[in-house]
Design a protein. Structure first.
Length: 235
């Protein structure tokens, strides 16, 4: 059986896969032969539609998909939001929305998906997209930094729990990536940000996607509980 045929048997859920990093991840995994289960909040062009901050909706959608098509081999937790502002000016909703989506979403997506993976004895892969903000903190992103740092802590703890099952759990912490989110930033501000990056550029979505593809592979079966930074040498 060819590698692509074997990959086709492996279903991988990619949350937030309708655009940006998630779309690049989904496209690269599909090209590698995985059966990609796409997700977005509202897009009718994806397999699953639900808000990852809505625990009941996430549970219902994921359980229905698993019941119909079988458990996942891989789960890529990419969906998230940011609501940036200086902490003294931060509104309650800015804090709650980011924590509920970026941190609670980790639980809401994985809780209904992990036990079926264990029961099927799948030596699976869980990959969470964190951020440089979760590793080092960032001005104007106290909420986002808190959520993404929480994801890193959750990854490290879950990796220990699932290691004996042969399931790996890792985090990727990108710096700024060339997406729609970055394109909305003022050009002068972008120029200043690039000065702080030794490589003097932002990451390309494909550079995150290629790392996800590797971590899903058999070759990465002994890599777990790690936070891999992709930030052009910022630290």
């Amino acid at each position: 059986m060819s590698n692509n045929s074997m990959q086709n048997m492996k279903r991988v859920l990619v949350t937030g896969s309708s655009r940006g990093i998630g779309a690049s991840i989904a496209a690269e995994l599909a090209a590698a032969g995985y059966r990609v289960v796409t997700h977005s909040v509202t897009s009718g062009g994806t397999d699953l539609q639900f808000d990852i901050a809505d625990r009941a909706a996430a549970k219902d959608a994921i359980e229905r998909d698993i019941a119909a098509n079988g458990p996942y081999y891989g789960i890529v937790l990419n969906a998230g939001v940011n609501r940036d502002s200086a902490f003294p000016a931060m509104e309650n909703d800015d804090w709650d929305q980011v924590i509920n989506t970026d941190l609670n979403g980790f639980y809401n997506v994985l809780k209904p998906a992990v036990m079926p993976m264990i029961s099927a004895r799948i030596k699976g892969r869980i990959i969470a997209i964190s951020s440089v903000s979760g590793v080092a903190g960032n001005r104007g992103q106290v909420n986002y930094s808190a959520a993404k740092a929480g994801v890193i802590g959750a990854v490290k703890a879950l990796a220990v729990e699932l290691a004996k099952r042969g399931i790996t759990v890792n985090a990727i912490a990108p710096g700024l990536v060339e997406t729609e989110m970055v394109s909305s930033i003022d050009a002068d501000a972008l120029a200043e940000i690039k000065k702080a990056i030794p490589m003097r550029r932002f990451a390309r979505p494909c550079e995150i996607a290629s790392l996800v593809t590797y971590l899903l592979s058999d070759a990465a079966g002994y890599i777990t509980r790690q936070v891999i930074s992709v930030n052009g040498g910022m630290f």
